[in-house]
Design a protein around this ligand. Structure first.
Ligand SMILES: *Cc1c(COP(=O)(O)O)cnc(C)c1O
Length: 399
């Protein structure tokens, strides 16, 4: 089928909650993608920070194929080997003690929120129901995670919401002010991804740790976008040397196979007893085998170091673009391979994203004005450089 026919089919039958451009991507290799018409794109978005190893990675493809022949699904009526191995690997990498598996980021955050409430319920403090979260924070689209999400437009028409107090990101005094004996947890990202790639100000996560410790509440880290090496350490929190009580992972964990995980410290291990929470697909052998392959490659190919190196190159190039195009570019920010070029308010960032796509580079827009750059962690220096040359040309061409 031709591209236009496929686009027409999608426009006629898919639910219209997205704004896809009129093109169909059919194939990828490493950090490059091709559409039906054969046009090549540099992938600087990795399916929203998901394709950790890029596209068509032989180790990941082989792990999935082999597992598919053995056992795809089982449910949690029994243990399965890739899943228990994955649980052991993840607890080691994160410093947590227990893992609950699900299938997406929003589900991992639902598990975090239920964990927090159930923990205080079993401690005899059922009045601790309120959560503190942050303006522009993103935690997902199911009703619990949506309540924690800090962008009002995502919530419009879906109320009433759970009891969540939103505070400006980085504002320690306001967090102290809003903390109270009815708060069960603070949920926070170490870099606000969807919110526009905003790293936590230095000391902020540590201050949150102190506040919850004083108040007897929990610190929940949403590492869905920042985890799995995206910022140059396995978790974003690890850069600040701060440990949460529980955290969520998803996006990049299985390199594109749907997966989510809630991890917690031993102190919370009894909060969700048998029967209190679950998932039919969660922890399935296929997704677990894919995640194990991702963790193997991160380790064997030293991808954390690669992210730090590519991250420095990216930061330098983005800073140079700020200096070169001061009329249109406001700033550059981010960590590792989660960075953004922030356009000034007079620039239509979505239109810029489309111009970049036409020129062969795929990025996303986050928080209104940020062109977010989240390539596969395996992107080479040459590929990244070539993609940035195109961005440079597009910024320099008259609009
Ligand atoms: C993407 C994202 C989510 C939601 O994940 P889904 O898999 O889309 O449900 C939650 N939190 C953060 C920080 C995210 O980036």
């Amino acid at each position: 089928m031709f591209q236009d026919d496929l686009v027409a089919l999608g426009r006629d039958h898919l639910y219209q909650n997205y704004r896809q451009p009129p093109l169909v991507i059919v194939r990828g290799e490493g950090a490059r993608l091709w559409d039906v018409a054969g046009k090549q794109y540099f992938d600087l978005f990795a399916g929203i920070a998901v394709s950790t190893l890029g596209h068509g990675h032989p180790r990941l493809a082989a792990a999935i194929a082999e597992q598919a022949k053995q056992l795809i699904h089982l449910s949690n009526y029994f243990y399965n080997q890739p899943n228990v191995e994955l649980a052991a690997r993840l607890t080691k990498l994160t410093g947590m003690d227990r893992v609950f598996f699900c299938n997406s980021g929003t589900e991992a955050n639902e598990a975090l929120l239920k964990l927090a409430r159930r923990h205080f319920f079993s401690k005899g403090e059922p009045e601790r129901l309120r959560v503190i979260a942050f303006d522009n924070g993103f935690h997902g689209r199911t009703l619990g995670a949506l309540a924690a999400t800090g962008t009002p437009k995502y919530k419009e028409g879906f109320g009433p919401m759970l009891n969540v107090t939103h505070v400006p990101y980085g504002d320690v005094a306001r967090v102290r002010q809003e903390m109270g004996p009815d708060v069960c947890a603070i949920i926070v990202e170490s870099v606000q991804g969807e919110g526009g790639v905003l790293p936590a100000p230095p000391g902020f996560l540590r201050a949150l740790r102190e506040i919850v410790d004083e108040a007897g509440a929990l610190l929940l880290a949403d590492e869905i976008q920042t985890g799995i090496g995206r910022t140059g350490t396995f978790l974003g929190f690890q850069q600040e040397g701060v440990e949460a009580d529980a955290l969520s992972l998803a996006k990049g964990l299985a390199g594109g196979v749907p997966i989510g995980a809630m991890l917690c410290k031993a102190a919370l291990a009894e909060a969700l007893p048998p029967g209190s929470h679950g998932s039919t697909f969660g922890g399935n052998p296929l997704a677990s085998a894919a995640a194990l392959a991702v963790l193997d490659v991160i380790e064997k190919d030293r991808l954390l170091e690669a992210v730090q190196q590519r991250g420095r190159e990216l930061q330098e190039r983005l800073q140079a673009l700020c200096s070169k195009y001061p009329k249109d570019v406001a700033s550059a920010r981010g960590r590792g391979l989660l960075q953004a070029l922030v356009m000034k308010d007079h620039v239509d960032a979505r239109a810029m994203m489309e111009k970049l796509r036409e020129a062969g580079v795929l990025v996303t827009v986050a928080g209104g004005q940020a062109l977010r750059i989240t390539p596969p962690l395996t992107i080479t220096s040459v590929e990244l450089g070539a993609a940035l040359d195109i961005i440079d040309q597009v910024l320099g061409s008259p609009s």
